[in-house]
Write a protein that binds this ligand. Structure first.
Ligand SMILES: [Zn+2]
Ligand SMILES: [Zn+2]
Length: 93
């Protein structure tokens, strides 16, 4: 299920965020993200911006640290919710 896979990816990112408060590029896990592509709705690094997204540079938004933190916070809240749900499911057994 592609939806589930996406969710896993988000959780991994959230975990990464909780560790160092930054989002890493999917294609370059060693790089922090610098831009957000409003066209593909994904965070990308400088390198990706030049290579993969050069055709629609106008869709790229520079990522502000507050936005990244904001994004992480939302994911962490979601992660917390999931964790509670899993705990509850375990308690039932
Ligand atoms: Zn990249
Ligand atoms: Zn793009």
């Amino acid at each position: 299920m592609p939806e589930k896979r996406l969710l896993n990816k988000q959780i991994v990112k959230a975990l990464e965020c909780s560790g160092n408060l930054m989002i890493l590029c999917d294609a370059h896990p060693s790089r922090d993200v610098d831009y957000y592509c409003t066209q593909e709705k994904e965070f990308i690094c400088n390198k990706c911006a030049l290579i993969k997204h050069s055709a629609h540079m106008e869709s790229l938004k520079e990522v502000a640290r507050e936005e990244v933190d904001n994004h992480c916070e939302k994911l962490l809240t979601y992660l917390e919710l999931m964790r509670n749900r899993i705990t509850q499911a375990h308690e039932k057994v």
